[in-house]
Structures are given as C-alpha cells and as structure tokens.
Design a binder for this molecule. Structure first.
Ligand code: ADP
Ligand code: MG
Length: 244
C-alpha cells in the first residue's frame, strides 16, 4: 500500500472501567473502501468516533492524511473539516431548507460566501440525485432522501475521507437502496471510505476490504470474499450465521 490515508496504531479507548477498544491497528489506503462489521457493542462506532476525534483515545496513534490527530497540539477543527461523517440519524436542521442545510456549515466553518456555498450545494445535491429538492424542507422528504441530503452536506465540505456509521439502519427497507447507490458512486469516484454497516451485500460488492470486530479487537480482516465468503475465525462465522 502507498502512504495510507488513515493509520490507526495501538488504539485503546475506555469509558470508565469499560475497556471498549483493546488495541486496534488498521491502515486504509487512499481511495480504499473498508467496511467494518461486527456485533452490537463491539466498538465499531467508538472506533469511527475516535477517527473523527469525537472521542479521545487513552492510548495509540491516529493519522489522517499525514496529520497526527492524537498529537496534543493538533488543530481539531482543521482536521474535522477534512473528515466527513454520516450517522444513522441524519440530524438535518428542520427549520432550514435543503440548500440552507448545505450552505450553513460551508459558510460558518469554511467562510464561503453565499453564492459560492450555493454553487457547491447545488453540485452536491446533483451528486446524490436530489437537485429537484433544493428548496424542500427536511420534513417533506423521505428518510432515504434526508440521509442523501446529509451525505451531500458532508460532501459540500470537500472531505478527503468519509466515515459512515450504519447510514441505512434507520431507514425503511425500500429506501435503503438509493442511499447505498450514492455510497457506491462515491466509492467509484475514488473516495476513501470507512463504513460501519450490516448490509452484507453492499460490503461484498463495494468494499475493498472487510474488517470484523468483536470485543474491541479486529478479529479478522481481508477481502469480502475472504471474510464474508470464507471466514476463518469461529467468531466471524458465528456472527455471519446470524446476519446473512
Ligand atoms: P458498536 O457500534 O459496535 O455497537 P459502540 O462503539 O457503540 O459499539 O459501543 C461499544 C461499548 O462502548 C458499549 O459497551 C457501549 O455501551 C460503550 N460506549 C459507547 N459510547 C459510550 C459513551 N459515550 N459513554 C459510555 N460508554 C459508551
Ligand atoms: Mg454502533
């Protein structure tokens, strides 16, 4: 692998005496798509949140795009701008229309003027297939459309890396496909992506690598064919037997 876009080394995170991440080592190359799978409570969200500095690890190193996040002198806001994050809950501003949802963070965080922010908003709404919803309010959109707006809002910030934490878990089944299609498109454009998901078909088809976590460690990783198609570890097999 060339210089990794994300490098995690010896990462430990506890909440009180709950030792959640117990020594995670993970490298993600530029343009690589890594799907993280594993049972509830295994530490998947905590790992993503550490990579975005929403949680502060007790021990270990995290480097994103050459910047060490775990350096005490790091400019957290500058780093966060380069890392997009999409959650299960879309967290759109309900009192703002779709375009305003996309322009507000660009103006506040990046200092773009209104016209420039609106141009970037329009480009990214088109990218997620919602150009016609520019002036809709979130409450008039389906969950899948709201999640695509949330993805566009993140993309409008021009991130180098996108982190997704179960982006389709809150959606009705018939709305999942459109969101996954947008993510698949991003992967094809070469975005570096770390995706926590239970969508095994997506992981099989889109991931370059699948990481199986259990009990705060990476138990097994490899190509989708290796990890989902032919798991070596008994814990991986047990997990897959319940979700497939
Ligand atoms: P997963 O995403 O794999 O389901 P999480 O990373 O959400 O797992 O959680 C792993 C463990 O960390 C769980 O035991 C959970 O209760 C605990 N945990 C996660 N976030 C916090 C928090 N902010 N405060 C206390 N405990 C937390
Ligand atoms: Mg989680």
């Amino acid at each position: 692998m060339s210089t990794p876009e994300i490098r995690v080394e010896g990462l430990h995170k506890s909440f009180g005496d709950n030792h959640v991440l117990r020594g995670i080592d993970l490298e993600i190359g530029q343009g690589e798509v890594v799907c993280v799978i594993g049972p509830s409570g295994s530490g998947k969200s905590t790992l993503l949140r550490c990579v975005n500095l929403l949680e502060e690890p007790q021990q270990g190193t995290i480097v994103v795009g050459g910047t060490e996040l775990t350096d005490p002198d790091v400019d957290i806001d500058a780093v966060r701008r380069r890392i997009g994050m999409v959650f299960q809950q879309f967290n759109l501003f309900p009192h703002l229309d779709v375009t305003e949802n996309l322009t507000l963070p660009q103006r506040r965080v990046l200092g773009r003027d209104k016209a420039a922010a609106e141009k970037v908003a329009a480009e990214n709404l088109a990218r997620v297939g919602l150009a016609d919803k520019a002036h809709a309010y979130p409450s008039s959109l389906s969950g899948g459309q709201q999640q695509r707006v949330a993805i566009a809002r993140s993309l409008a910030m021009g991130p180098e890396v996108m982190l997704f934490d179960e982006p389709t878990s809150a959606l009705d089944p018939e709305l999942v496909g459109d969101v996954l299609a947008v993510m698949r498109g991003l992967a094809e454009e070469g975005m570096t992506m770390m995706v926590v998901t239970h969508e095994m078909t997506f992981a099989r088809e889109v991931a370059d690598r699948v990481v199986f976590m259990d009990g705060g460690v990476i138990v097994e990783q490899g190509t989708p064919e290796e990890v989902i198609g032919n798991p070596k570890n008994e814990r991986t097999r047990h997990f897959l037997s319940r979700v497939l």
